[in-house]
Design a protein around this ligand. Structure first.
Ligand code: SIN
Length: 508
């Protein structure tokens, strides 16, 4: 049985200038190791801030490698029993967790908005999306079947069985603090693995709230452990998770640069790696497209989470005949539809960027482009009157190769529009980057749709669609965008070992 939780924070705040006091019973200010809510061994903490105004929401433990070793050991001990559970037991556990997530959706969304800044509408969308992975994997758990093979001899039977790979380390980002956890944990648990989760230092509260709900759902101690680490310990804890031989798979969502470091660190133990890394999505609009729909798609695809999404449109390529129409309609829609502000306010559609380094980077990219001759159509500056992390939705054209923004993943509310002449040219440009996560194109020519879909070097494609993520889809990239797939029936593969059995000398 679980020990009742003794020490948790209750957060109160004034919502939208009304005197509504909310009690956030899911806000935790301790990590979760072996079923216990614990502080760090050395009692150090770090602040979790609201990006809207940098106010401190609460403090959580700054756990280091000693704390992490405890979590890894807990996951090892728990694995021994958990790996022997039936698929039905794991399915039921995930279903109970999912039901609690649904019941607590509104509170989860508010916590998410507080620590990440995205609007409440977007947070609600993410919670629904994130919950769906747990529901999905509660169903998939019961379909992890093996294979019977044709033997080359009459006295043999051959088969493949599937076994959980072992304790899993899950390192998750700040841009989707709920969905990136559930997409990994759901698959790991379905397979029979135990987990050590290291959420981003910017957004640990959503992770801890999920931990609390997992506890309430009846997860045994040590099956889900959550380590909170601040900037001081993040790299060393990440390294330990990569190098500790107990951990058999590392699943990471984040930048390609960090992914490369983790890849190297994991080589010492030949760990299984699931990497969902950076993108630089092309968004192509051919002359024959429905421009109205292409503009609507661009709004969702570019500005989801204020542009801080791996699958965001990053390079717009618009064919010559429709360039001006697309540009004008896009700007008009940006001016009409986007209202930046505190995500908790009902009129806000888009929130701030997550941190100073993020907005500094956006500002530098835009200023560099303008100083070298790019044309600014809207935006182009900070919105300091709302808060220090707000940046206006921005559209640039006439961007050339000598500008830093030309081939970088922007990760902010800045759209760069290029003209193109023909299909071959645009495909060359679209495929000219070392990454390939998502890509989008708009066309009403069936042959062109199949041709371009085959040739685009990305793992996921939206054809006449700007939002493609869902639990049923295999999410992942090619080239330097990563390894493996998340969601779908393939999401479980990274947490499974295939074992071949040859049963010989059978007397038939
Ligand atoms: C990401 O940006 O890393 C994930 C976005 C998604 O799941 O759609």
């Amino acid at each position: 049985m679980w020990k009742r939780v003794s020490n948790f924070a209750e957060l109160s705040w004034k919502l939208n200038n009304h005197k509504i006091i909310r009690k956030m019973s899911l806000i935790r200010n301790q990590g979760l190791i072996n079923g216990e809510w614990v502080s760090s061994i050395n009692s150090e903490t770090f602040n979790v801030e609201n990006p809207v105004d940098q106010s401190i929401i609460t403090q959580v433990p700054d756990m280091n490698i000693d704390d992490t070793k405890l979590a890894i050991n807990a996951s090892k001990i728990a694995f021994d029993k958990f790996s022997k559970t039936t698929a039905k037991e794991r399915s039921d556990l995930l279903r109970s967790w999912y039901n609690l997530m649904v019941k607590n959706s509104e509170q989860l969304a508010e916590i998410l908005t507080k620590e990440n800044g995205k609007s409440l509408a977007e947070s609600r969308g993410e919670i629904k999306y994130g919950n769906s992975f747990v529901e999905w994997f509660s169903e998939e758990a019961r379909r992890i079947n093996g294979e019977i093979l044709q033997a080359p001899m009459n006295n043999r039977e051959l088969m493949i069985i599937k076994r959980p790979i072992g304790p899993a380390a899950l390192i998750t980002p700040w841009n989707f603090p709920h969905a990136m956890i559930t997409r990994k944990v759901g698959a790991a648990i379905a397979a029979g693995c135990t987990c050590v989760i290291k959420p981003s230092e910017e957004t640990p509260l959503t992770a801890l709230a999920l931990g609390k709900l997992a506890q309430d759902a009846g997860f045994p101690p040590g099956v889900i452990n959550i380590i909170t680490t601040g900037p001081k310990n993040s790299a060393s804890v990440g390294k330990l998770l990569c190098e500790d031989p107990i951990i058999r798979v590392l699943s990471f969502t984040g930048s390609t640069n960090v992914g490369k470091i983790l890849y190297k660190q994991c080589s010492s133990t030949i760990k299984r790696l699931s990497l969902e890394l950076g993108g630089n999505a092309p968004y192509i609009v051919f002359n024959n497209s429905n421009i109205e729909l292409a503009v609507n798609g661009a709004m969702a695809c570019k500005f989801r989470n204020t542009g801080q999404t791996c699958v965001s449109a990053n390079r717009f390529y618009i064919q010559n005949n429709v360039f001006d129409e697309f540009l004008n309609k896009f700007i008009q829609k940006i001016n009409n539809d986007i209202k930046m502000g505190d995500g908790l306010s009902s009129s806000t559609t888009h929130g701030p960027l997550i941190k100073k380094s993020q907005i500094d980077n956006i500002e530098n990219l835009v200023n560099d482009a303008i100083s070298k001759g790019a044309k600014l159509h809207c935006g182009g500056k900070r919105l300091n009157n709302i808060g220090s992390l707000f940046y206006e939705p921005t559209v640039l054209t006439d961007v050339t190769e000598n500008m830093n923004i030309y081939d970088r993943e922007i990760f902010g509310p800045v759209a760069v529009l290029h003209r193109f002449d023909n299909e071959d040219d645009v495909l060359k440009k679209a495929n000219s980057v070392p990454v390939g996560l998502a890509g989008y194109f708009w066309s009403n020519d069936v042959s062109q749709i199949f041709r371009v879909a085959r040739k685009l070097e990305v793992g996921m494609i939206g054809v006449n669609e700007g939002l493609i993520s869902c639990t049923e889809a295999a999410f992942g990239g090619v080239k330097e965008s990563g390894l493996g797939r998340e969601g779908s029936s393939h999401g479980i593969d990274d947490f499974i070992d295939i074992k071949y059995l040859c049963i010989g000398n059978i007397q038939y």
